[in-house]
Ligand binder design. Sequence first.
Ligand code: SF4
Length: 169
Amino acid sequence: MISRATPLKRVLEISSPCNKCGHCCKFNSGLIIEEDIDRIAEHLKMDKDLFILTYLEETEMFHTKAFKLKTEFKKDKPYGECVFFSPAEGCKIHDVKPLFCQTSNCFAYSQDLISWFYLNYLVNPDDAESVRQYASYIESGGRIIPGGQLHELVPDSERLKKILEYEEL
Ligand code: SF4
């Protein structure tokens, strides 16, 4: 079972049976966290700033700034392929792909793996707005893994109440 506290090493073992079908890469792209940037830029022998400018777009999830790989939108379609996806080769940066992509798969546990990533890299219990956005994610049917209940994120029930009632901004 995957919980918020499951170590990265174990998560990578669970997510490893990726058969490189490219399904997820054809319709969206991976999130990028800071630690991915140097590794991928170095692999591509690119200056970090140029890599960011060329391949990344800023995004925000759970009130946390992050990057996303650019997508190449298809004509008349609301989705596009990841800029590093090739129909012939699959992921062109497979050996150094973002942690989000490494810890994702489309088999068993896929939703748990995504929740694990959100909880460990994007949801910030010290940021009231981040907690509120996570609460909305749960309310809209987002997967809750052990350790990911609101009272587990914010054990102080008074503070949690203030956050949810916008008394803590
Ligand atoms: S970086 Fe690779 S694995 Fe991740 S979305 Fe792009 S093509 Fe897919």
